[in-house]
Write a protein that binds this ligand. Structure first.
Ligand code: TTP
Ligand code: MG
Length: 284
């Protein structure tokens, strides 16, 4: 018994030290880089970040007392307006061995058994927004609960931004009636209550609406050709309310790393390179 106790203590303290070092390093790195151009962690996030990593270790350790490696896996969600560069961000990190990439299922929204729910929504939001958003919610949930095989999962968006930004905007702009909003919200609340939507870090690609408007015109995704600037401005404000102002209406489940995504990709690549250890929880 004594020998077993000693074994467990030695192994656990070994793991604990490693993770505390990572937490400490990460916290300090955040603090040091706090004011660098191209990317910031909000306010006094550095210390919260540090204790967050430590807590993450603690909760994973409770479930895996006798293993030699901590089992914690990390989920990073990349958020930002339409065409802010979320897919490009994931592509940048796709070749890291300890990282798995979870692209947004836009293709599924464009073809649900032959129906283009995304296209229908843009043609007639009042009629089809509920249809699209119900399906978006389902496909996002599917992505959140999919088994994770690598230490770090990078996801494009989350079930949260679909609700807090898109559904909220449709409702606020009068395109989604109260009853539809209520039913979607019931579903959303039920999902959060009964499923573990684990998010450890949100990377917010912050852009100006004018910049993404221009990018949307250039990339020519057929459904999006008529998106007006006002729509992007409304979505921008909701992203800001959620991730920057932290309106009590919404839930922010993890620290937020804010990156200036108005930069062009060549400049952004440099920022991603500088921040990769923080983004990938040391797995870079
Ligand atoms: P985004 O989720 O913003 O993805 P994107 O590929 O356009 O962004 P990026 O260039 O940064 O990779 O939007 C995809 C499309 O789906 C866009 O037309 C907006 C629409 N959409 C909704 O209508 N409702 C939703 O809930 C979501 C998540 C997207
Ligand atoms: Mg994308």
């Amino acid at each position: 018994m004594f020998a077993f106790d000693k074994f467990v203590k030695t192994r656990l303290w070994g793991n604990c030290k490693g993770w505390l070092q990572l937490a400490r390093r990460s916290g300090l790195t955040q603090a040091r880089r706090h004011s660098q151009s191209g990317g910031v962690i909000l306010g006094s996030r550095a210390w919260k970040w540090k204790s967050h990593l430590t807590k993450s270790w603690m909760s994973s350790h409770n479930n895996h007392v006798c293993t030699s490696e901590p089992k914690k896996k990390f989920t990073v969600c990349v958020e930002g307006n339409i065409a802010s560069g979320k897919t490009t961000f994931l592509e940048y990190f796709k070749d890291y061995t300890d990282t798995e990439i979870n692209m947004e299922p836009v293709q599924k929204w464009r073809n649900v058994r032959g129906h283009n729910t995304l296209g229908l929504m843009y043609e007639d939001p009042s009629r089809w927004a509920l249809t699209l958003q119900t399906y978006v919610q389902l496909t996002m949930l599917d992505r959140h609960v999919a088994p994770q095989t690598k230490p770090v999962k990078l996801m494009e968006r989350s079930i949260l931004s679909a609700k807090y930004c898109f559904v909220e905007n449709l409702h606020e702009s009068g395109k989604m009636p109260d009853v539809e909003y209520a039913v979607l919200s019931e579903w959303f609340d039920w999902i959060l209550k009964h499923h573990n939507i684990n998010i450890d870090l949100i990377v917010y690609l912050k852009t100006d609406p004018e910049v993404v408007h221009q990018r949307i015109k250039t990339r020519c995704r057929s459904e999006e050709t008529a998106i007006p600037l006002e729509y992007l401005q409304a979505l921008h404000e909701l992203h800001e309310d959620w991730l920057i102002t932290k309106s009590p209406k919404f839930h922010v489940p993890a620290p937020v790393m804010v990156l200036n995504a108005n930069l062009d990709f060549t400049e952004l690549k440099e920022v991603y390179e500088q921040r990769k250890r923080d983004i990938l929880f040391g797995y870079a």
